[in-house]
Design a protein around this ligand. Structure first.
Ligand code: ZN
Length: 84
């Protein structure tokens, strides 16, 4: 199994930087902290699609519009002065 360090990644558990390795099995991708042993499985493409589908279903409800109408101000342009 090939493990790769993720540059700049911070461990959510021990807050150490550059301790997170990423590796993937046949089906899943994992992130693991070599410092504290924290491990997290990355969602698969299928799970991402399912999550996105759920989100769109939730978002389907009409949202109440709370933004008040802003009065539009017009600044009439001054007529150009013609000087000779
Ligand atoms: Zn850690």
């Amino acid at each position: 199994m090939k493990k790769r360090f993720i540059a700049g990644a911070v461990c959510p558990r021990c807050s150490e930087m550059d301790r997170i390795v990423m590796y993937s099995s046949e089906e899943n991708t994992y992130q693991e902290c070599v410092s504290c042993g924290y491990r997290d499985r990355q969602p698969t493409a299928e799970e991402m699609a399912q999550a996105a589908e759920l989100e769109t279903r939730v978002r389907h409800k009409p949202r109440a519009i709370n933004t008040p109408a802003q009065p539009i101000k017009f600044f009439p342009q001054k007529p150009k002065e013609t000087r000779h």
